[in-house]
Write a protein that binds this ligand. Structure first.
Ligand code: FE2
Length: 309
């Protein structure tokens, strides 16, 4: 039985638009404001480029920004089927017989500390594949053009020694890992193969992000600036949680659940945290991602267009 998560109330200013101003910012707003044709978009992009030159941005960096802006435009025009499903977030349950087979194969108690993954290939004649097609692939096809399959892996996460080393920066606060995935068509499905409590690194989302209308041009620009100058030298990055001072417990939906619990979500728009367990916690889960034949040609075309200007 599938359940749609209901909307919460209020929306946090995730892109910090209230503290922005200036010509470049206004242009990034214009890019997002209406359904541009190729020609009108091209004209605006030329203006953005002129503005970035005025700001003394280096040529290779300008090229990177412009390429990312074209990527967003082409994605919206060609790959994205509809804006109506932009905030997909849905829970479901994997049937017991399929789950048991996966658990027999992949669940073990002697997990190494940290995160490890194992790529798996799913037999196209299996009940698992049938479930994935219904629950994931067919949904992905309603959201995006170019979907031709999926990739699957098992992710093992364990924190036997407490939060240490590489995890400290990423999980500095309870909310510092909340992020938008960088891929514009990032749409994933997670199935817990082990029971997951709050201490086992349960998947979490910031509820308000479900209603937030992200300006993809602005976030692409922000991410570029963070890549050039470091995350702490810009207003916000895709790792939005890193830039938020406070996130109330009430603002977060934590997906705890028994094995078999699944969540599908549009990771580019839903602010999510894959979760890292508290000391002593662990989680084993199946992850699915779409394979899309349009990704490479569109990125290539965006690069080409950024040089053509
Ligand atoms: Fe993610």
């Amino acid at each position: 039985m599938t359940k749609i998560i209901s909307k919460g109330e209020g929306v946090i200013d995730f892109q910090k638009t209230s503290v922005r101003a200036g010509a470049t910012y206004n242009m990034l707003l214009s890019l997002d404001q209406c359904d541009h044709t190729f020609l009108t978009f091209n004209r605006l992009i030329r203006s953005v480029k002129k503005e970035l030159i005025k700001e003394d941005m280096a040529r290779p960096e300008i090229s990177q920004v412009i390429s990312k802006l074209w990527q967003v435009f082409l994605f919206k025009k060609i790959m994205l089927r509809t804006g109506g499903h932009n905030h997909h977030l849905r829970t479901s349950t994997m049937p017991k017989n399929i789950l048991t087979l996966l658990q027999k194969k992949y669940c073990r108690s002697d997990l190494q500390n940290g995160v490890s993954t194992e790529h798996i290939s799913v037999d196209r004649g299996s009940a698992l594949h049938g479930w994935i097609v219904n629950e994931y692939l067919n949904v992905a096809k309603t959201l995006f053009r170019g979907v031709f399959g999926y990739s699957a892996h098992i992710r093992f996460v364990s924190n036997q020694e407490g939060k240490k080393q590489v995890w400290e920066e990423r999980y500095m606060t309870d909310h510092s890992n909340f992020h938008w995935d960088e891929d514009l068509n990032s749409f994933s499905l997670i199935v817990y193969l082990s029971d997951v409590s709050k201490d086992d690194g349960a998947f979490k989302v910031i509820k308000d992000s479900k209603m937030f209308q992200q300006n993809l041009y602005l976030s692409a620009y922000d991410q570029c600036l963070c890549d050039f100058n470091g995350r702490d030298n810009h207003i916000v990055s895709n790792r939005v949680g890193h830039h938020l001072k406070h996130v109330r417990e009430d603002d977060v939906k934590v997906f705890t659940g028994l094995s078999g619990t699944s969540v599908s979500f549009y990771g580019r728009h839903i602010l999510h945290d894959g979760g890292f367990p508290s000391a002593g916690g662990s989680r084993i889960a199946l992850f699915l991602e779409q394979r899309n034949f349009l990704t490479r040609p569109l990125n290539f075309l965006a690069k080409l267009l950024s040089h053509a200007l």
